[in-house]
Design a binder for this molecule. Sequence first.
Ligand code: SF4
Ligand code: SF4
Length: 343
Amino acid sequence: MNYLLKHIQKIRLSVRLFILAALCIMPFFTWYLSHLPMGDVKAIIDEDYANVQHYIIHMMDGVAHSGFLSDDALEGTSQENQNISDTIAVASGDVWSARLFGIEWLDMLAWAELTVLSKSMVLPLLAGGLSVLLLTICCGRIFCSWICPAGLLFDLCDKIRVKIEASGRRLRDIKFKRWHKYVLLTVGLFIGLIVGLPLLGYFYPPALFLRELHAVVYAFMDNATEEAWFGVTLALSGVSLFLFALLMFETFVSKRFWCRYMCAGGALYSLFGRFRLFRIQRVKAQCTDCGDCNKACPMGLHPMTDALGIECDNCFACHSVCPEEALPIKITQHDVQCESCAA
Ligand code: SF4
Ligand code: SF4
C-alpha cells in the first residue's frame, strides 16, 4: 500500500493516459458496433480490403471475435430486429456518456442538463447519473483529476508555466472568484431550460473534444461526402480555436482558469464531492509549515492551513510533495484533524 501511495502521481498519470487512449479508440469501436446490426461490417469484411478503413474494421473485428463480445452479440448482429443497445454492451461512448461492461456512466453535467431539459427523472438517465454520483460521493471530484482528458491538457499548461517561470520570466496569474462557476452552472441550466438546449455541454472541454473526435471518425469510416467533411472540419476548427485560446489563457494569464473558476461540470462535482469519504487530512504535529503543498496544489488551495473544502479534487499532489508525510489520505469526512487526535 505504501508503495502505491508513494507512486500515486505516476499511477494517476497512467490512469489518465489509459483513459485518453481508450477514449480515442472508442469512436472506432462505437462505429463498428453501430454498423454490426446493419450487416455492412460483414459485407466489408467479406471484401478484399485495400484501404485504411478496411484495416481498422478488420482489427476491430479481430478484437470482437477474441472474446471481447459475446457470440450472441456477434451472431445476431445482421438480424434486423437486433437491438443495438444489446450489442453495445461492452464499451461505447465518451466522457459525456458511456457504457462500460453494461454499466451506464453519465457525466454529472450531462445528467443535470438532460434531467432539466426532459423535466423528469428518466430511468436510463437516473441509472447513468447514479453510478457517477456514487463515485463522486465516495471519492470526491476525481472525475476532474483522474479522468477528464481536458484536465490532462491543463496540467500541461501548469508545467509550461513552471518552466517559463523557472527561466526567470514572471507570468500573470489573475484570480477570479470561484463562485463564478456555480453561477454559470445555475444560469446555464436555467437558460437551457428556457431555450430547450444543453448549452453548458457546448462549452464543456472534455465533451467538446471527444464529440468532435467522434464526428471525424464517423466521417472518415463512412467515407463522408465533401459537404459532410466541410461541416465536420468547420466544427472542428471552431472547437480547436476555443481550446487553443483557453490553453493560452491558462498558460499566460490565469493559472487553472477553467477548473477553478469556469467549469460548470466541475462545480457539480465539487458540490457532491463535499461528502467524499477519501480525503487529505493534515497531521499537524508532523507539519513544518514549509508550504510545498500549497505550491503544488493545482486548484490553488491551501493544504498547509487545512483549507481544502469542496474544491479539492483528490489529485493528491500535495500528499506526494510533502517532505514530512504530513498529508495522509484518510477515510474521513473531515478536512481537519480533530484536536484530541492531534494531541
Ligand atoms: S488540496 Fe491536495 S488533493 Fe486537493 S486539489 Fe490540492 S493538491 Fe490536490
Ligand atoms: S508540505 Fe507537508 S510539511 Fe510542508 S506545509 Fe504542507 S503539510 Fe506541512
